[in-house]
Design a protein around this ligand. Structure first.
Ligand code: TUI
Length: 309
């Protein structure tokens, strides 16, 4: 049950992909997700190529299952990272925060599957045209850098506009969300925030606790003026951002204020001055589990939900 074209495309047991969260999605998390039957993803964020090379080396020792790497297209190291992924014949690439069109044809030569994250129908159609293997359609409920449309509205519109498989992302953390995504026409899900609150995730315990404590309205958006809006848990930093934005502070000053803040929260546990990126579904997450438990719980709940409909 729940075997879809995504399982065949990516050679995985369950159509569940882990979000490629910068600093959070290390080889440890990705290997645990892949070993549990999903697709684990190493997140590059703004990390230089030698850091990612080490992570790929490590994951190859920790799992024999397929894995992926998420390339954040605003990174200054994008070209070098793409070269590394080509050399290492990484099985799957997901991309975020931009258009990966110019890289796709080269990866086709070596069978690497490329799955761009898209926030709109227009970009979805463009990505299909340039050869994307599937699309990750991410609603504004997601954590980190986000688009405008909700998962509920965006996923079926993209499903009706393209002929490649769609993976739904944003606001999904349990079996109900998984079944809902399939009902919208998606063939799989990408899950980020739920995997932060796992034993294998290396994020600081303060970061995980911030998500466990969060309520339904605590994941707020800042940085709209910069053109790169970000969703993170309300804290001293988000309040500072919101105040400066209200005062009409310029884009450059606001952008500068964000540099290094995600790393500070994830690694140092400074969850007041750091950026605790997480999605709207944070309020649903109440305990730390293993990645295997997270995936098994989703599938078991999804079975029950499907039967009850
Ligand atoms: O990429 C993400 N989430 C991220 S990236 C990130 S690191 C970062 N930090 C601060 C500022 C910016 C990035 C933290 N979280 N999700 C996937 C995603 N991609 N969401 C939205 C998009 C997107 C937006 C515009 C994808 C393509 C796009 O296209 C623009 C174009 O070129 O047409």
């Amino acid at each position: 049950m729940f075997k879809t074209v995504i399982c065949d495309l990516l050679n995985i047991q369950y159509p569940i992909i882990q979000g490629g969260m910068a600093w959070v999605a290390t080889s440890e998390l990705a290997a645990a997700v892949s070993n549990a039957g999903g697709l684990g993803i190493i997140g590059c964020g703004n990390a230089p190529v030698d850091v990612i090379e080490k992570e790929i080396f490590k994951i190859k020792k920790m799992t024999s299952k397929p894995f992926g790497v998420n390339v954040m297209l605003l990174s200054p190291y994008v070209d070098e990272i793409m070269e590394l992924l080509y050399r290492e014949k990484v099985p799957v690439i997901t991309t975020g925060a931009g258009n990966p069109g110019k890289y796709i044809s080269k990866f086709k030569e070596i069978g690497t599957k490329v799955l761009p994250v898209v926030p709109s129908v227009a970009l979805a159609k463009r990505m299909e045209k340039v050869g994307a293997d599937a699309l990750i359609v991410e609603g504004t409920e997601a954590g980190g850098h986000i688009g405008e449309l909700t998962t509920m509205a965006l996923v079926p519109q993209v499903v009706d506009s393209v002929n490649i498989p769609v993976i739904a992302a944003g606001g999904i953390a349990d079996g109900r969300g998984f079944v809902a995504a399939l009902a919208l026409g998606a063939k799989g899900v990408q899950i980020g925030t739920r995997f932060v609150c796992t034993k294998e995730c290396i994020a600081h315990e303060n970061y995980k606790n911030m998500i466990l404590k969060a309520g339904d309205r605590d994941a707020v958006v800042t940085g709209r003026v910069t053109g790169h809006p970000v969703r993170s848990i309300k804290n001293k930093l988000t309040k500072k951002f919101i105040k400066l934005e209200k005062e009409g502070t310029d884009k450059e000053t606001i952008e500068k204020l964000g540099i290094g803040t995600l790393r500070n929260a994830v690694l140092n546990g400074d969850v007041e001055n750091g950026s605790v990126m997480a999605g709207q579904i944070s309020g649903l997450i109440k305990e730390i589990k293993t990645c295997k438990e997270v995936i098994e719980d989703i599938i078991n709940e999804a079975r029950k939900v499907k039967e009850s409909l």
